[in-house]
Design a protein around this ligand. Structure first.
Ligand code: G3H
Length: 193
């Protein structure tokens, strides 16, 4: 059987402030996770001597991968859903400054495209090369962002793509997908930090 390993970046400064988007650094707790991840990989990923680590081009995923002693690859296609004019705002600020957008997103989170940014559907489209590469590879740990992981997760779990925005992808948890002939089994390994 084949495994795919997924993790969100560690908690970032923006996560603490409730802001979306941006290119913030990790918080203290996020840095703890980046250290803990080394132990977790060592303990839970078999054949990790052949592991490859994929990140986005954003600081918080690279900082999370920092202490992992494996070959790394950065993909622009793994960057977080682009929130356009709402980048750097909290959800409260979005509701106040762009009330119509806030409502439109609530009505159809999958299709809603941020002004000058992306929708979940857009993210799925740009993830196609990543998903193709993951279909052909083993021993990959993908460290990326919540919205992106929701889409990758839904794909491998055979969940309808329209449901991607509601997949639960918690912080500080390594997700193991075991790809079997008749479906995917998921194991979540929570970091104790
Ligand atoms: O904007 C990026 C967030 O990680 C995704 O959260 O789609 O639930 O707002 P949301």
């Amino acid at each position: 059987n084949r495994y795919i390993w997924l993790s969100r970046h560690g908690e970032s400064q923006y996560n603490l402030e409730g802001k979306i988007g941006g290119d913030a650094a990790l918080s203290e707790r996020g840095i703890k996770y980046s250290h803990k991840l080394v132990e977790i990989v060592d303990k839970y990923i078999p054949n990790h001597d052949r592991l490859e680590v994929w990140t986005s081009t954003l600081k918080r995923t690279q900082q999370t991968a920092k202490y992992l002693p494996f070959p790394k690859k950065q993909w622009k296609a793994l960057d977080e859903l682009d929130a356009g004019s709402c980048d750097g705002l909290t959800y409260d600020e979005i509701a106040e400054k762009f009330p119509e957008d806030f409502k439109a997103r609530d009505d159809n989170k999958f299709e809603y495209r941020y002004p000058g940014g992306e929708s979940y559907r857009d993210v799925i489209t740009r993830l196609e090369p990543i998903i193709m590469a993951l279909e052909n590879q083993e021993n990959v740990l993908v460290i990326t962002h919540q919205a992106v992981l929701r889409c990758i997760y839904a794909y491998f779990m055979n969940v309808h793509q329209e449901e991607s925005p509601w997949m639960s992808i918690p912080l500080h948890t390594l997700i193991r997908l075991e790809i079997k002939a008749y479906g995917t089994e998921v194991t979540r390994i929570k970091a104790d930090i």
